[in-house]
Design a protein around this ligand. Sequence first.
Ligand code: ADE
Length: 235
Amino acid sequence: MTTVAVIGALNEEVALIAQSLEGVEHDRGASLDVFRGTLVTNAGPTVNVAATVGGMGLVNAAATAQRLIDAYHPDAVIFSGIAGNLNRDLHVNDVVLGGTLRYLDTDMRLVGQWKPGTEDAPVEEFHSDPHLLALADAALNDAGIHHITGIIASGNYFVDTPEKVSEVTLATGADAVEMEGAAVAHVAARNDVPALVIRALSDNADTDYEVFKEFDISEYANTAARLVTDILRRM
Ligand code: ADE
């Protein structure tokens, strides 16, 4: 049976995804609270789902992805969260699918040796899986949500000034900036597990984090949970 690991940004989002699952059980370990259950796909077969909140930043994302891969041996890892918009043609609430994931503050001559034994073939970037991207694209089309498959930059800081925006844009050419996607795609690649990174745009990378963290993003949690569940049903 297909198993999918889901890493969400918000407790509320993961709790809503869990509501769509049958036979839900909880696993706790490695600082994670994982909801585990099954979901019947549109085509009939059942998928196993393990969903959790991973926490902010590259290390939390990497640790969570590896823990889920070790514990549940998923056939796919889906990361769903919010991001700052860097693309003038996009707006808050649009979605960027991470066709390409780039670190924004990392020397890829070194980290591009992405797993032991790849010294001679370092990489510059990671990618979401084409089949998972196609499922997400179809789900977003059906939901009428404006989206692109683009470049997402990930780093360990919040981008909230014009200086940081130009720095990130120059270094990565990204459409959106966040703090986890590249790490999840990197860990998934190390384990040969297909990954999908989905980002709803929550801000235009011009809002101080102290102000941003007071934003009400509960509506986002609903949309994201529905979207992830829809993608799972298409598997
Ligand atoms: N997540 C959401 N908005 C962000 C931003 N502006 N910078 C980094 N991560 C984000």
